[in-house]
Design a protein around this ligand. Structure first.
Ligand SMILES: [Zn+2]
Length: 97
């Protein structure tokens, strides 16, 4: 999974410092101001579209550290299928528990 993060980051010319895979109960991932991306290991249970979306979502936080309109415009640019992925996540939110 970290390899995919660096691959997608390079593709979109974003600088990721570190990728960590963690055991998180409440969220799929996070991004620190310093460029560390944390991903939930449970992502391996999701379809590739969803996994890529979550990675791109965290990568978009490197540009916008919030969930503003500008952030979502950036997400849509990086991942045009993001709505479908969000929908899947809502339907499978039980996977996080
Ligand atoms: Zn976010």
């Amino acid at each position: 999974m970290p390899a995919r993060v660096f691959e997608l980051a390079a593709l979109h010319q974003l600088a990721v410092k570190r990728v960590m895979v963690r055991n998180q109960r409440s969220r799929w991932g996070s991004c620190s101001r310093r460029g560390t991306i944390s991903l939930n290991w449970r992502l391996v249970q999701t379809p590739i579209l969803v996994r890529d979306y979550l990675i791109l979502h965290e990568l978009a936080h490197l540009r916008e550290m919030n969930h503003s309109r500008r952030f979502w415009i950036e997400v849509a640019r990086l991942c045009p299928g993001f709505r479908e992925a969000e929908c899947w996540l809502k339907q499978h939110s039980g996977l996080l528990a």
